[in-house]
Ligand binder design. Sequence first.
Ligand SMILES: *[C@@H]1O[C@H](CO)[C@@H](O)[C@H](O)[C@H]1NC(C)=O
Ligand SMILES: *[C@@H]1O[C@H](CO)[C@@H](O)[C@H](O)[C@H]1NC(C)=O
Ligand SMILES: *[C@@H]1O[C@H](CO)[C@@H](O)[C@H](O)[C@H]1NC(C)=O
Ligand SMILES: *[C@@H]1O[C@H](CO)[C@@H](O)[C@H](O)[C@H]1NC(C)=O
Ligand SMILES: *[C@@H]1O[C@H](CO)[C@@H](O)[C@H](O)[C@H]1NC(C)=O
Ligand SMILES: *[C@@H]1O[C@H](CO)[C@@H](O)[C@H](O)[C@H]1NC(C)=O
Ligand SMILES: *[C@@H]1O[C@H](CO)[C@@H](O)[C@H](O)[C@H]1NC(C)=O
Ligand SMILES: *[C@@H]1O[C@H](CO)[C@@H](O)[C@H](O)[C@H]1NC(C)=O
Ligand SMILES: *[C@@H]1O[C@H](CO)[C@@H](O)[C@H](O)[C@H]1NC(C)=O
Length: 451
Amino acid sequence: MIEYALKFPPFAISLGLFLLFSSLTSTTEAYDSLDPNGNITIKWDVMQWTPDGYVAVVTIYNFQQYRHIQAPGWTLGWTWAKKEVIWSMVGGQATEQGDCSKFKGNIPHCCKKDPTVVDLLPGTPYNMQIANCCKGGVISSWVQDPANSASSFQLSVGRAGTSNKTVRVPKNFTLSAPGPGYTCGVAKIVKPTQFVSQDGRRTTQALMTWNVTCTYSQFLAQKTPTCCVSLSSFYNDTIVNCPTCACGCQNNMTHPGSCVEGDSPYLASAINGPGKNSFTPLVQCTSHMCPIRVHWHVKLNYKEYWRVKIAITNFNYRMNYTQWNLVVQHPNFDNLTQIFSFNYKSLIPYGTINDTAMLWGVKYYNDLLMEAGPYGNVQSELLFRKDQSAFTFQKGWAFPRRVYFNGDNCVMPPPDAYPWLPNTSPRLIGPSFLPIIAFWAIFTFLIFICV
Ligand SMILES: *[C@@H]1O[C@H](CO)[C@@H](O)[C@H](O)[C@H]1NC(C)=O
Ligand SMILES: *[C@@H]1O[C@H](CO)[C@@H](O)[C@H](O)[C@H]1NC(C)=O
Ligand SMILES: *[C@@H]1O[C@H](CO)[C@@H](O)[C@H](O)[C@H]1NC(C)=O
Ligand SMILES: *[C@@H]1O[C@H](CO)[C@@H](O)[C@H](O)[C@H]1NC(C)=O
Ligand SMILES: *[C@@H]1O[C@H](CO)[C@@H](O)[C@H](O)[C@H]1NC(C)=O
Ligand SMILES: *[C@@H]1O[C@H](CO)[C@@H](O)[C@H](O)[C@H]1NC(C)=O
Ligand SMILES: *[C@@H]1O[C@H](CO)[C@@H](O)[C@H](O)[C@H]1NC(C)=O
Ligand SMILES: *[C@@H]1O[C@H](CO)[C@@H](O)[C@H](O)[C@H]1NC(C)=O
Ligand SMILES: *[C@@H]1O[C@H](CO)[C@@H](O)[C@H](O)[C@H]1NC(C)=O
């Protein structure tokens, strides 16, 4: 056992353990350390009692810093607690009416026990709209566009309670955005929402309000990563590519047609082939098989500044990424001096360390990352002021620590593959590795005891 442990470089073992632990934490809980309070809150405000139920305005608030809901938009489902029906809806619609055969005369909009609601499309007639509706289910992230980070619809519920004592809150909320990833808690009755009139001189309030909170987990969303990082620098010709099989492997045996060559004559038919509407990515064949690659190039070294070029490439033939965003962690972001052609905002989840940046496209210029092909990339350059106490090109310091694309973690190359600065001993173990070594030492010691 000890011999086994010693055959491998300590670093590899520690890295393996680290990956094990990080994957364990990401599987067991939907916690994102860069956005610890991020959630989607669904609020129901009962505005009016009706003879057999109530009228409610439902609002979906996206409180996530950098995760948005892109086309084809959100789908909200729930299970009624009793025998409720939806008489009518404004600014949204149930996807299926269900069996309304018991009703004579007035036919409800939806009789299903577990209705599924979607947003209406832009261009809906004004008499069918309410505020914040009709955007095809698209909701911006909180940082990118707070004014468009909510979506609402109104529904009239029948065969329900008609007072705050008899109403039963719906159960089993589900949110797809689009596809899996969100888990919703139970609806909680909260203090009724207060509404302040336009002139600010009168306050009204909902008759009753309940909230449901949904959180995201990348593990639930998809088993495989969707993004990887490649690295290069002016001081070393090596381009460190994304790890092989980062998002999947090219395998003709088990997954024939899992990817297409960019120059394949069958490209067009593959794009429109099976799976066209399932949102499964159709990627260009690469060693990493990721739909998205983020490349970080250390471009120039000035006396007081250094410059980085970031390029995002889309390898997915079936997706235009609208309002894409990138979250990057690097210790020099507290001295970011200039950024070209991307928007920037610092994220400081714990209010102290300014090392995380959210970057996104400039509206109408590069906020759309086109499908794989000649236009399927966006890029920018960053200029950092050197903090002389920390700045170095050694030990991969100039490369990012963590990268997220659209809120999903990107697979990084292993640290020992990073481009080296010439004339330095690459195996030199610096202070930053000391804790890992200590950890490894304890680990081997424990194994020793066990044996
Ligand atoms: C949801 O997010 C909002 C805004 O960040 C926060 O105030 C609220 O506490 C969060 N709710 C939960 C249940 O985490
Ligand atoms: C229902 O309304 C009454 C007054 O109208 C109020 O006292 C009570 O707290 C409300 N209950 C709930 C659960 O909101
Ligand atoms: C909740 O919804 C899920 C999926 O729609 C379903 O499998 C489950 O049975 C539902 N649970 C209840 C209590 O209705
Ligand atoms: C319910 O949600 C609304 C809107 O997100 C929020 O303002 C309110 O504080 C929430 N209430 C509770 C008790 O979480
Ligand atoms: C997959 O099949 C194609 C042609 O059928 C072949 O050129 C390619 O090398 C194969 N790839 C692998 C990984 O086997
Ligand atoms: C992406 O956008 C372009 C231009 O708007 C459009 O021609 C193309 O069909 C879109 N691709 C997908 C996969 O939606
Ligand atoms: C973080 O540092 C950058 C670069 O100096 C600065 O523009 C930004 O305002 C800082 N953020 C905060 C919250 O201090
Ligand atoms: C870098 O940023 C930190 C924190 O904002 C500041 O204290 C320091 O002076 C900056 N260094 C340079 C070289 O501008
Ligand atoms: C560049 O970095 C690679 C590691 O990625 C290393 O193998 C190579 O020797 C370096 N080249 C020079 C000239 O130092």
